[in-house]
Design a protein around this ligand. Structure first.
Ligand code: SF4
Ligand code: SF4
Length: 300
């Protein structure tokens, strides 16, 4: 594979999915590409690709610890060991699990000498795969409503995507990963294996602040980063973004202009790729010209 590209950004609505989906579509004109939607709480790549998902995907399971009160000696070892504070214990009582905090790390099960803790398996979400066309494979994960095991789902999807990429014949050229908004541990997991991070931002104080957080994460992961300014002509706020670009040594590779035509396309669930590339006037549209720069930065 030539390159794994992570598309990340600070907050929802910045245009990550718009960039990731259209980049994957345009790359797939001449290359074999896998597009991975790692925003498992709100996956919407399939909507932009106008693809209705099958009713059921492949189940991904995790587990919660279950404590057998009859076997529990109330020693408190599990509560002390849990670094996520997911176990709560009143004096001489059986510990209680706070499911939302549990990361399924198994430590409590390992430290319980009484063998009072067993694994209670649960389905946490599902994985979907489809071919958009011969050269574009799509994978996405969808968390079940109320679920908290986003990390488990992302890990399962990453592992499956990497295995499928390793088996692909002919080999894949690019993988494009659309991350969840933010710079939290789920985004860190999704970006673990990428070669480069494209940070999508917008020219606003909020955009600038979120961009710094994304660049901090890129530095923490030792990954090179480049900046894409979406809706670049929305307001004249380029100075701060350019300063951040210089400070963090992350070049601005594209400035995608605000385009009513593109917004209408987006609202209809179509891609700009569909609108212009297939219509044969790819070179003329300013948005497409910026995507050509993004493809060049990707090494296409
Ligand atoms: S470690 Fe085991 S025995 Fe001790 S409190 Fe926890 S569940 Fe009970
Ligand atoms: S599995 Fe890990 S995170 Fe969950 S309660 Fe046990 S020690 Fe805590």
């Amino acid at each position: 594979m030539k390159k794994i590209i992570g598309v990340s950004g600070g907050k929802g609505g910045t245009g990550k999915t718009f960039v990731a989906t259209n980049l994957a579509l345009m790359l797939s004109e001449q290359h074999r590409v896998m597009l991975v939607d790692a925003d498992v709480e709100n996956p919407n790549v399939s909507i932009l690709l106008n693809k209705k998902l099958d009713e059921n995907g492949a189940l991904v399971t995790s587990f919660y610890p279950r404590i057998n009160a009859a076997a529990c000696t109330r020693c408190g070892a599990c509560t002390t060991a849990c670094r996520y504070h997911a176990l709560f214990q009143l004096k001489e009582k059986v510990p209680v699990l706070i499911e939302a905090l549990c990361r399924s790390c198994e430590l409590c099960m390992r430290v319980c000498e009484a063998g009072a803790i067993t694994a209670d398996p649960r389905a946490v979400g599902e994985l979907f795969s489809f071919k958009n066309h011969d050269r574009l494979l799509v994978k996405l994960g969808r968390l079940f409503p109320g679920g908290t095991k986003t990390a488990r789902l992302i890990e399962a999807m990453n592992a499956e995507a990497m295995q499928q990429a390793a088996r692909a014949d002919p080999p894949l050229d690019f993988m494009v990963i659309d991350c969840a908004p933010g710079a939290h541990c789920d985004v860190e997991k999704a970006l673990k294996d990428v070669d480069i991070i494209f940070c999508v931002t917008e020219p606003t104080p909020l955009g600038a602040n979120d961009l710094k957080r994304t660049l901090e994460l890129a530095r923490f992961l030792h990954k090179p980063a480049r900046i894409i300014i979406n809706r670049a002509d929305m307001v004249p706020f380029h100075g701060p973004i350019e300063q951040i670009s210089e400070q963090w040594r992350a070049g601005i590779i594209a400035r995608i202009p605000l385009s009513r035509e593109v917004m209408e396309t987006y609202a209809r669930g179509e891609s700009i790729y569909d609108l212009h590339v297939r219509a044969g006037d790819a070179g003329n549209h300013p948005v497409i010209q910026e995507f050509i720069k993004i493809m060049e930065a990707a090494g296409a």
